[in-house]
Design a protein around this ligand. Sequence first.
Ligand SMILES: NC(=O)c1ccc[n+]([C@@H]2O[C@H](COP(=O)([O-])OP(=O)(O)OC[C@H]3O[C@@H](n4cnc5c(N)ncnc54)[C@H](OP(=O)(O)O)[C@@H]3O)[C@@H](O)[C@H]2O)c1
Length: 251
Amino acid sequence: MTGTVLILGGTAEAAALARIMADERGRKVIYSLAGRTVTPRLPHGETRTGGFGGVDGLKDYLQRQTVSVVVDATHPFASRMGWNAAQACAALGLPILRLDRPQWEAGPADRWTMVRSWDEAVIHLTPESKRVFLAVGRQELAPFAGLKDIWFLLRFAESTAPQPRPAHFTLIADRGPFTLDGERALLREHAIDTLVCRNSGGTAARAKLTAAAELGLPVLMLRRPPRPEGPSVGSAEEAAAWVRSHFIDAH
Ligand SMILES: NC(=O)c1ccc[n+]([C@@H]2O[C@H](COP(=O)([O-])OP(=O)(O)OC[C@H]3O[C@@H](n4cnc5c(N)ncnc54)[C@H](OP(=O)(O)O)[C@@H]3O)[C@@H](O)[C@H]2O)c1
């Protein structure tokens, strides 16, 4: 089989896969981003930016670019793109793989409460939660905007003020990976009493959980949204092997 690999990106794993594939001959690789970040980290090779226009737009794109296989390596909390891709690939008979970094698991020192939504997290915030590290996406702040008695620490890749936003907050512009020393210092410096975050998995954002466990802090942890059925791997190397297996005839 010859043709093109489409990587639906926006994660470190997606960029790692693009880097691995860029060094290999015999196939074209296109790395796709939604375009939410103004200054994204882009891998070498061909990239495209912006939505496809739903399932039909994606089907058109896949046909125009003669895509042979798709790797959905979008973020674990990007809830729509993977479903659109699964639908478009099913309609065109294209193989699709999910590249999903493994979830974090709670250890004995962790004080996690699992929640299914941010509304549920708000319900679980106790009266003792006064200084909360809200490690959530910038589009996810609305449920916390009405909590006037809590001060929030926010951390995003870019410093633009989010909207809607909490009444009382400090915004830090920083990108991972974050170190354990750095996260411990951050939690102490801001006297954080509660951590709210998503089960993103991976190593780049894990340190804040270790620091929270060390300080005995409660964590409200958002479960991942459901994903389409289908083959799934946990690393860029495994995804690369899957892609190669679909191009075996080309060698
Ligand atoms: N959600 C997060 O917390 C988070 C964190 C880090 C990185 N990201 C990355 O940011 C992007 C957007 O996140 P989201 O939560 O808005 O995703 P989403 O809910 O799954 O997708 C919303 C829409 O954005 C477009 N889109 C998403 N990913 C795309 C991609 N890789 N290439 C082209 N179009 C894409 C699609 O538009 P059309 O329907 O028009 O095709 C999709 O329907 C994703 O690529 C994700 O990997 C997300």
